[in-house]
Design a protein around this ligand. Sequence first.
Ligand SMILES: [Zn+2]
Length: 209
Amino acid sequence: MIDWPAHRSYLASLPFPKRVNVIKMIHNWQFTKSHIMLFQESDSFVCPMGCGMEETALHHLACPNIPGSDLRSINRWMSHNGTAPPVQLAIISSLKAWITAEPIPNFFGNHLDTLECLLTSLAHSEQSILGWTQAFKGRLSKKWTAAQGLWYDHMQDNHPSPKKFPKTYTGPISMKELVAQLIYYNCNRWQIRWRIHNEAALTSDSAEE
Ligand SMILES: [Zn+2]
């Protein structure tokens, strides 16, 4: 069900140290407060960003106190890369719902009569089974690749000069890039949390001296 080729080719494209960090993130091995609790007694496992919530492995994806908790960058990337409108709508609205702890919207599409919409609806159901959390780890349903590939085929058919159609507009390439966007969002937010927390810890250490 998961598009492993997209996942693997993204990982393989990373330089080694970065790949290690990404793999840690995918397996929830980053050093959260509740993770520290597993090994030693710590005063709390409350999120160090001060949002008042428990810091679980994927809390940083949704923490309201980490700036930029919107999916604008991913949405913008999708718009600039000819993403099929139903695919974009289904993915962005579901990720938004996941982040804000709202129920994942049902996706029926406006026109189930087109094959892209039908495939998108199947992809959405399959991703809901796999879990939307998994999407932030770059584990996407293979059916997205099929829906997006079909959309590019139509774009190419209607292109004024099909020979000039972008070579990167294929289902597999666009899914590999989407995996990169999603994992970047995940790791980038973790890095922001890590930096702000460490800077705060350094300041309080020097204040105690
Ligand atoms: Zn938080």
